[in-house]
Write a protein that binds this ligand. Structure first.
Ligand code: WT7
Length: 549
């Protein structure tokens, strides 16, 4: 193993991982098969509730067998170590064991959120060079539409198709897990930056050690817990804390396949007696908006520990949580790139409303200025972390330059602005770039702009995150039309639909404004911070690079 990731802290953890005798390590084996050795085979691993309320329970034994069948099937069709295999599925049980089955073969698993439309999918499938994509009948048309543009794609496996089911069922349910090295790539997830196309953030098998340690510490998971993480596995939280760390710890995990609905969520907590609940601020604010009476209609007394991630958690939401659930939401901070929670209000630390908490024991965090000098207490700066830790991204797929751009003077630069107080608590301020966080989901403005300008009436577009009390931010687009006389409310909704159908159902502009021209630098880059400042009625700041405006 590359020594730079072998932090001493993780070498001495009490629950050691299962390493194969030859010194190799496979994440999926640790997540599933290790449970059999620990006597958890007959324990329920997954409680799955579909949107229509149908509930299925799957044991660890059964997940091991199902993932083995997938692994055998992939072997049979020629998948080898290092190949990319993708999943484009809604939250159904298949997604969970296919993800682990892929990693058992030594291939690199990737998941795309099911709201993505063909073009967004094409960018991701082609960048990853995926050989296989798993999907279902419902989503298949989006893959069919682009398959001819994907030269490396050899098979589309449709999990609810009879042929697939017959093939899958004919496979052996035992499989010799690939002896991957700790540093071998295990999975990758696409995420957005400010510029360019989405980036494939690549994680290694060894990440599991830190994912387990952080779940134990920050989510307080105990053997008898019923744990519900509401995130979709299209995003990193849904992978690390709804598949990997929780199952590696042998925890019974609830997955709800349907969309957010306050009443339904309370029913799920009550019905399955959820004890630990990990969710996002937007969801909490949406529950808040539905009122306290709705909470009181349900017996939520099973809840023991609540946590939140993805965007700033406002003190009002924390206080409301305590009022209605009798528990505080513990804020946690991390990123797709960090691979596990880095800063948190841990159970032992208690709650500091409005603060992200403190760095975990194995994390060194500093607030630095642009010259990489540490700033004084309570002063705003760039949130930086000391590399390398086991769950840090290992590369950005086919973009080593981008990967390198995260590091400076031996520090990892998160891209977030924050401050640290005299007691060592970290406070989130905002992003240092134009990245948008809407309902906790990360959206690159460039992706939305690129779609808008494909519309025949549009010349250019600038996209920003506009503060919103419920969603944190909403996407707002400033659009320059080919002809001013085209401007209408009807065109606004047409453009919003255009983004929904070309990019993704969750990434469309909720607000559109027609504008004569966009503020740009002399080199032609859209100055989104000026659009944002104007929108918020704030001072525009340094405009020395602005072209005549
Ligand atoms: C960005 C990373 C993997 C966790 C889910 C999001 C923002 C994350 C917090 C928090 C304020 C937060 C940051 C970060 N963020 N957690 N507790 N308070 N902001 O992962 O999609 O990669 O997004 O989410 O801006 O950089 P992600």
């Amino acid at each position: 193993m590359d020594n730079k990731y072998t932090s001493e802290y993780f070498q001495n953890l009490p629950d050691s991982l299962v390493w194969f005798e030859d010194g190799s390590l496979n994440m999926a084996y640790n997540v599933l098969d290790h449970n059999i050795e620990k006597g958890n085979g007959n324990k329920t691993a997954l409680i799955y509730e579909a949107e229509d309320g149908t509930t299925t329970e799957i044991t660890f034994f059964s997940l091991v067998r199902k993932s083995n069948r997938i692994a055998n099937y992939l072997h049979q069709i020629g998948i080898k170590k290092g190949d990319r295999v993708s999943i484009f599925l809604p939250r159904i049980p298949e997604l969970f064991y296919i993800f682990l089955g892929i990693m058992k073969t030594g291939a690199i698993a990737s998941v795309y959120f099911s709201a993505f439309e063909s073009e967004a999918l094409k960018d991701r499938l082609s960048n990853s060079g995926s050989k296989i994509v798993f999907t279902n009948k419902n989503l298949l048309p989006r893959v069919e539409k682009i398959k001819n543009d994907l030269s490396e794609l050899s098979s589309i496996l449709v999990v609810d198709n009879e042929e697939f089911i017959a093939e899958y069922e004919s496979q052996s349910d035992s499989f010799e897990t690939a002896h991957t090295q700790a540093e071998d790539y295990a999975f990758m997830l696409y995420t957005s930056g400010t510029t360019g196309k989405p980036k494939g953030i690549v994680h290694a098998h060894y990440a599991i050690i830190q994912q387990i340690a952080s779940a134990k510490l920050c989510l307080d998971l105990q053997p008898n817990d019923v744990y519900w993480c509401t995130a979709d596995p299209g995003w990193i939280t849904g992978i690390v804390y709804s598949i990997l760390s929780n199952w590696a710890l042998g925890i019974t995990t609830v997955v709800y396949g349907g969309k957010f609905e306050a009443e339904k969520w309370y029913e799920i907590i009550a019905k399955h007696k959820v004890t630990v609940w990990y969710t996002a601020p937007t969801a909490i604010r949406m529950l808040m908006a539905k009122g306290e009476e709705l909470v009181q209609k349900h017996d939520l007394s099973s809840l023991r520990f609540l946590a939140s991630v993805g965007e700033p958690l406002n003190p009002e939401a924390i206080l409301w949580g305590n009022k209605v659930f009798g528990k505080f939401f513990h804020d946690t901070w991390w990123q797709t790139e960090t691979g596990s929670i880095m800063i948190a209000n841990t159970p032992s630390l208690g709650i500091h409303p409005g603060s992200m908490g403190k760095p975990l024991p194995w994390v060194e965090a500093k607030i630095m200025d642009d010259n990489m000098e540490e700033v004084v207490v309570n002063e705003e700066g760039n949130l930086c972390l000391k590399p390398y830790w086991p769950s840090i991204m290992r590369t950005i797929w086919q973009d080593e330059e981008k990967y390198k751009s995260y590091f400076k003077d031996e520090w990892y630069i998160s891209g977030d602005k924050a401050k640290k107080d005299e007691k060592g608590y970290f406070w989130f301020i905002g992003r240092a770039d134009d990245l948008i966080k809407t309902s906790g989901e990360r959206i690159g403005p460039f992706e939305v702009e690129s779609v808008l300008i494909e519309h025949p009436d549009v010349v250019e577009a600038g996209v920003i995150g506009k503060p919103d009390v419920v969603r944190g931010e909403i996407i707002k687009a400033f659009v320059v039309l080919k002809d001013e006389s085209l401007a209408s409310e009807k065109l606004k909704s047409e453009l919003a639909d255009f983004v929904k159908t070309h990019l993704a159902g969750h990434a469309y502009p909720r607000e559109i404004e027609f504008i004569d021209r966009l503020p740009k630098t002399r080199s032609g880059k859209i100055m989104r911070r000026i659009l944002r400042a104007k929108e918020l009625g704030q001072p525009i700041g340094d405009i020395s690079t602005l072209e005549d405006y």
